[in-house]
Design a protein around this ligand. Sequence first.
Ligand SMILES: Cc1ncc(COP(=O)(O)O)c(C=O)c1O
Length: 404
Amino acid sequence: MRGLYLDNAATTRVDENVALSVNEVFLESYGNASSLHKVGRQARMKLEDARGKIANYLGCKSKEVIFTSGGTESNNLAIRGLAKANPLKKHIITSVIEHPCVLDAVRDLESEGYEVDYLEVDSKGLISLDDVEEKIRKDTLVVSIMHVNNEIGVVQDIEEIGRICRMRGVYFHTDNVQGFLKKKLDLGFVDLMSGSGHKVQAPKGIGILYVREGVVIEPIVTGGGQEGGLRSGTENVPGAVGLAAAIDVDFKLNKVLASRDLIIAGLLKIPGAKINGDMEHRVYNNISVSFYGIEGESLMMLLNEDGIYVSTGSACASSKLKESYVLKALKVDEMYIHGSLRLSLGADAIGEEDYIVEKIRESVLKLREMSPFKFSEENLKDVRDKKLEIRKEVLGNEEEQEDN
Ligand SMILES: Cc1ncc(COP(=O)(O)O)c(C=O)c1O
């Protein structure tokens, strides 16, 4: 049995038509796109066709689309590239719930003397437009705010944030890795936008950075001068062709959305369950759910045995049993944070909603039965105190070891 893959925000299975188009490049149009002979020119044509198709989808010019190795590189190129090209502007605005590749890039710049404002979010995961407006200064280089959050699926008002930035003459970058091809975005007020192939049934190792014409950035990878000098390295033609082919993938948005809502309704019937993040401004396939008083990691492993593949809310930090910084930013109660799961649905979920809910319910109840503290709506507080005590012990020891 292949199982039910419900972890599409982590990565996706490559679509069959996308795989066919990539395979053609592997076997036929395999030249180096910078070579001048026939095989090279054939590869160049494929690359430029792919760029044109993506530009057409985005409603921009071909030369505004830069191919990179993925979302991480695109975000780094946007932020570090802007910083290198505009050395007099030393202030950056971002949010506390950005992906680690954005947070690490700005923290690096912070250590080099930049000042960074990390915008908080409300309990639903939304950024306040007033905060953006208030924090902008004369020396602000860029505002970098993600479109769709990878953990809770919450969608920010990118168009309005972009409008504020444009009015104030500040560059605006958005990490659109989780929204690209799935949630339409008007680039009218966006200066730079990152996307990635492997989240949309295209291969791993390919991404794009949209750079509005006239926005000057410096490369962070230098060498052969490919991609208009902004990203050196032999062009990944198969990846680019695959990414362009993903535009035609049917993500079954409406069916997956209906599936998501059925599963959410079912999950909320489990005692001590809550959904994290805004329900209205949420990507079509995300369910971030927490169950009071259990370990998300154990739940994930039980589901794994049933062939249901999901991640914990704190995927990045799960090996260290640390809380998700995203859920913490939403001020989710600690006893819920540790029992978090992220389901990011795709076609596998359609028609399997009852089975998914039932397996999660069974596993939650099983974990509660195994737990030394008995769960009931009344004793939530006792369970919480006991578990916090144990967690403190475990984390205390771990932290000691890390310090050594
Ligand atoms: C919001 C967000 N930004 C950036 C990235 C990094 O993208 P990539 O894996 O293509 O480097 C991810 C991947 O998980 C993501 O979810």
